[in-house]
Each structure stands twice: as C-alpha cells, then as structure tokens.
Design a protein around this ligand. Structure first.
Ligand SMILES: Cc1ncc(COP(=O)(O)O)c(C=O)c1O
Length: 326
C-alpha cells in the first residue's frame, strides 16, 4: 500500500480491537524462526547450543546466519540433561516445552542471562525474561498464518520491510466454513511457505487479526481445560508435570503407554500433532527424546473448547481398545 492513506471504498476484514495483546511492546516479525534469525544476526555468536528435541525449522536461522549448532539433550523433566559448556561467545537456546517450564526458564535466565534465548513458541502467555531474547509464535495458539514476537537486548540497524499474508489465509477461512480436514493440504502449504522466507516485519493482516483476540479469555480457558485433563489423566501420564506456575499452556502433553491411542484419537477427529518426526532421524537425539516423539500426545485444550470436549477426550484416552476376538 502506498504511503497515503486510502479513505472510503469497500470494507476489509474487521477482526475488532480487543486491546489485550500481551505482546504489544514486542518487536513483531514474520515468524518465530525469523525472530531467532534476527537475534543471531544482531548478536553474532560463534555457536548456538540448542536441544536435540526441537523442530528442524529452528535450524534454518543458524544456516542463514552462519552460526554453528551444538546440541544438548533434555531429561525426564524436559530440562537440560547436563550442564552445557558455554564458550565466551556462545548462546544457549531453551524451549519452554508445551508451556510447562516457566519456573525453569526463570532459573535459566538467572544463571545464563545475557547468553540465553528462551523459545516461548509453545508458551505464548509466559512473560519475557531478563535474558538475551525471548521469542513467540502466535500461530500455535491462534488463527493466524504467520508472525513472531521478539524481545531482545540486541538489535539490527537495518529497516525491515513489512511482510504480507493475504495469500495464505485460505486454510483459516476454509476451516471456519468447511472444517479442518477439508483444508489440511492448504494448511500444510501455508506452513511450507514459512520456510526460507525473508526476515520481515509482521504483516498488517496478521497484526490486525492478533489485535482482535480476547487473550484473557484464551488464557483462562486454556488454564481450566489443562486442569481438567490433568486431574483426570495425570495419574496415567508417564510425563511428570508440575502443574504449579503453568498458565495458558499450548496443549496437555500426555505421554501414553498405549501405542494405539494416537490413531484412536485421530479416528474420532481429535487431532494430535507429532512433535517432531525429524528428531527420530537425528544422531544427537537420545532414546528418551525419540520416545517423546513417538508416544507424546499433545491433547488440545485451547480456547475453542470447554468441559464437554475435555470429557470427550478423557473418555477416549481412558477407553481400552476392544479385546481381540478369539
Ligand atoms: C518449539 C518451536 N520453536 C519455533 C518454531 C518455529 O516457529 P515458526 O513456525 O513461527 O517459525 C517451532 C515450529 O514451528 C517450534 O516447534
């Protein structure tokens, strides 16, 4: 759009203005991976230490900024398994897994402050910490096609162009009209479009959509739904969860001992993602991390759902597979 403001004419989408965006003060960019790219270009570390249990898309910024990766493993509590040896110019990235690790992130910030990058892509509601950078991926919590929020001590002095996303909303609009499975291929195409995308500011459309969200409602609903699932399924969950200090998490991570459960859920249209298949082929990943990929079921707890859906999930998880006919 040119600099002069258009006045009049037809209307565009009107997502409203809720005014409760918790990241209104952040730098708004076009994806979380590009938030990492921004920090790496601004800070230029020699190496970035990062977990082997992570999606491949977060390696792209290291290649683009020519920063060497070094991997660490996570333990049964999803915390760094062994104290990393950080060189003077190294940085350390930790993922606030599923939004469960707020307290641990605070401890890491106190210990590694200026070298620490917290990836809150799965913890939209966690506040930014006193460290090198905290980054967020709103797409994992809300109906937008792209975008990232960044708080960072370091900054680039180049002016960034604004991205556009009007051409990658079909899966969002289509889901409202016809449901998720009818537009799954378009969702995948929209995800692929984020790969290798230039570092840009968040599109005006994504920004407008994000400003229309009732964040307090989303946070409260997620908290309530998470508690419902944890109360019903916590005892059967092989992942240890300390529920104190968890606020507005992404999903309820259920580590199952039932290998058929993922398919049972999907067959009843409870869609659970696999985080992250590529870890199965990683030479650095531990057996535990590969087990997480195979058996961890991220159960939906988001603001679209309430008690009835949570109970439906609890019943499905609790249901034993029908005994084999003899
Ligand atoms: C933990 C984590 N961090 C960052 C990203 C990248 O986020 P974005 O797709 O917004 O670049 C992902 C995957 O998409 C992720 O799972």
């Amino acid at each position: 759009m040119d600099e002069q403001r258009e006045i009049g004419g037809y209307f565009g989408l009107e997502p409203g203005r809720h005014g409760s965006n918790p990241h209104a003060a952040a730098r708004a960019l076009n994806s979380a991976r590009n938030c990492l790219l921004y920090v790496l270009l601004a800070r230029r570390p020699d190496r970035l230490l990062l977990p082997a249990y992570l999606c491949d898309s977060m390696l792209e910024p290291l290649r683009r900024a020519a920063v060497e990766p070094a991997f660490y493993n996570v333990d049964a509590d999803l915390e760094i398994a062994a104290e990393p040896a950080l060189g003077g110019s190294d940085c350390l990235l930790y993922v606030n897994y599923f939004g469960l690790k707020n307290d641990y992130c605070r401890r890491l910030a106190a210990r590694y402050g200026p070298a620490l990058i917290v990836d809150d892509s799965q913890a939209f509601f966690a506040p930014p910490l006193a460290c090198l950078a905290t980054l967020y991926s709103p797409r994992k919590f809300f109906g937008v096609a792209d975008g990232g929020y960044l708080y960072a001590d370091a900054s680039l002095d180049t002016a960034l162009e604004r991205d556009v996303s009007y051409d990658s909303l079909r899966h969002l609009a289509g889901r409202v009209d016809l449901g998720a499975s009818a537009f799954y291929a378009e969702f995948c195409a929209s995800e692929r479009r984020l790969g290798g995308r230039p570092l840009r500011r968040m599109s005006a459309l994504t920004e407008a959509l994000l400003n229309g969200i009732d964040y307090e409602h989303a946070r409260r609903t997620r908290r309530r739904n998470f508690r419902h699932l944890h109360a019903a399924l916590g005892a059967a969950n092989r992942l240890r969860i300390d529920a104190d200090g968890i606020d507005g998490p992404m999903v309820y991570p259920f580590l199952s001992s039932d290998p058929a459960l993922r398919q049972r859920l999907i067959a009843r249209k409870v869609y659970v993602a696999t985080y992250w298949k590529e870890v199965l082929h990683s030479a650095q990943a531990s057996a535990w991390e590969k087990e997480l990929v195979e058996h961890l079921l991220p159960l939906p707890i988001d603001q679209r759902y309430g008690e009835a859906e949570m109970q439906f999930i609890v019943d499905l998880v609790g249901a034993r597979a029908a005994p084999c006919p003899t």
